[in-house]
Ligand binder design. Structure first.
Ligand SMILES: Nc1ncnc2c1ncn2[C@@H]1O[C@H](COP(=O)(O)OP(=O)(O)OP(=O)(O)O)[C@@H](O)[C@H]1O
Ligand SMILES: [Mg+2]
Length: 269
């Protein structure tokens, strides 16, 4: 199993939108995918899972007292499961110290691996401190959405330095890539920023594909679903996420993993 966390210094850059749409696309491509909401504010899962009244989630598991099986919810797609945030207060009341978080996250990753998930996507709260820092450090890869706006780009070097520091502190997390989000294809300023980022970064660090700013993403996130489920016929931007998922697979070696899986499976034929 490969665990990927999203991370951004700034809030509102499209992390949650990315997690929901990417997890859906990966599941559509046949990977058994778990999307985990580690943001007390965000509320993934309330519409994606039919069991919207399920109260327990990530924070309840992290706080102890509920099993993994109880907090993982099915979605309309058999390959996609959701671990909603649950009750942050319940966890906070238990006063779980931050230094115990890595152990609890380790338990979560092991449970997900045992359940047979191929891929785990962590949605995180903005900033790279506290719980988000712990989640990123526990992940195999970090995926960075980068808003195509001049002010937002300023925080990118700092974010990359922070990730380098995490690695310096012993975390094995690698950068899966930087993905431009909310690109306004009809705004020169936005396109200019996209060009600047492309020039600033080593070519391999940036996803070829980027996410345009489109009303359908806002609409879909308001409804709490991936764009692919917004209408009867998925819009072109749903296909775009299939391409992003394919690019991610290559970047994190999900392909190789599946091949190994198949090779080993053939030993049983
Ligand atoms: N590509 C897009 N086009 C249009 N609107 C978008 C796009 N991506 C995200 N949005 C909208 O922008 C807002 C912020 O997006 P989102 O919640 O995904 O960001 P976030 O990084 O998870 O925010 P937070 O840091 O608060 O968790 C939401 O209202 C969402 O619908
Ligand atoms: Mg969010």
């Amino acid at each position: 199993m490969i665990a990927v966390a999203t991370a951004s210094q700034k809030g509102g850059v499209g992390k949650t939108t990315l997690c929901v749409n990417l997890a859906y696309a990966l599941a559509r491509r046949g990977w058994s995918t778990l999307v985990v909401d580690t943001d007390p504010q965000s509320g993934i899962g309330l519409s994606l899972t039919r069991s919207s009244r399920a109260k327990a989630g990530f924070f309840d598991f992290i706080g102890g007292g509920v099993t993994f099986e109880r907090v993982v919810l099915p979605s309309r797609l058999p390959e996609l499961s959701i671990l909603p945030a649950g009750q942050f207060d319940a966890c906070a009341r238990r006063g779980l110290p931050l230094h115990e978080m890595p152990t609890r996250l380790g338990d979560l990753l092991r449970s997900a691996e045992l359940r047979g998930f191929d891929c785990l996507i962590f949605d995180t709260a903005a900033g790279l401190t506290g719980l988000t820092e712990t989640v990123v450090k526990a992940s195999d890869y970090v995926l960075v959405p980068q808003q195509a706006e001049p002010l937002a780009v300023r925080s990118l070097p700092h974010l990359l330095e922070t990730l380098a520091r995490f690695r310096g502190e012993g975390a094995a997390v690698k950068v899966a890539g930087i993905l431009l989000t909310m690109v306004m294809n009809d705004e020169e300023m936005s396109l200019q920023v996209a060009r600047e980022v492309r020039q600033l970064l080593p070519k391999d660090l940036l996803f070829k594909q980027s996410i345009p700013r489109l009303p359908s993403f806002l609409e879909a996130s308001t409804a709490g679903v991936p764009v692919a489920l917004l209408k009867r016929n998925p819009p072109p931007e749903a296909v775009l996420f299939e391409q992003i998922a394919a690019e991610l697979e290559e970047r994190i070696g999900l392909m190789r993993d599946r091949d190994t899986h198949h090779r080993h499976a053939s030993l049983l034929d």
